[in-house]
Design a protein around this ligand. Structure first.
Ligand SMILES: [Zn+2]
Length: 170
């Protein structure tokens, strides 16, 4: 089944180049945010990456992502990968069934292993650049008003997630 967003992309007038650019940006942003979340949680001495770490990672990347000098190269690499992937997809439709069966099996194996509650969030006292900035961006988050429409949208999206998390923890 296609989700609404897939439908929108498929039926929109976006050419495949623009589509790949959007996918590359999203992929990189997520990748970097998860990396940051992982670093922060390790430096804070936590064993699991929790929702709060992901939020800190997203907030960090909302500030840093578009400013990073490596972005151009990473973006080009990611675009190339995605273009290769969509070419491969066209050749390998018949293999898809086999792969999804394997995925189901491995999911079953993982089940039940980690039913524990999320480990309590700890503020990292580490003074590395990532931890310092994560804490700094968290403290100043409400006062951050980016002009860029992409960043503005990103901030709204992160706020929605934070709101939902607060509601759940109450
Ligand atoms: Zn650190």
């Amino acid at each position: 089944m296609q989700t609404g967003i897939q439908n929108m992309i498929n039926t929109s007038t976006l050419d495949s180049d623009t589509e790949n650019k959007i996918i590359s940006l999203l992929t990189l942003l997520l990748e970097k945010s998860i990396e940051t979340a992982l670093t922060y949680s390790l430096h804070a001495g936590t064993k699991q990456v929790g929702s709060q770490h992901i939020i800190l990672g997203l907030q960090y990347q909302a500030h840093e992502f578009l400013e990073r000098p490596e972005l151009d190269t990473e973006f080009a690499d990611c675009m190339a990968q995605i273009q290769n992937m969509s070419e491969d997809d066209e050749d390998e439709e018949s293999e898809e069934d086999e792969e999804s069966e394997e995925d189901e099996e491995s999911e079953e194996d993982d089940e039940g292993e980690e039913d524990e509650d999320e480990e309590e969030f700890k503020v990292s006292l580490c003074d590395c650049d990532i931890c310092t900035k994560c804490n700094q961006y968290e403290n100043g988050w409400d006062d951050w008003h980016p002009d860029d429409p992409i960043l503005h949208g990103l901030k709204t999206a992160i706020n929605n997630v934070k709101l939902r998390l607060n509601e759940e923890s109450e």
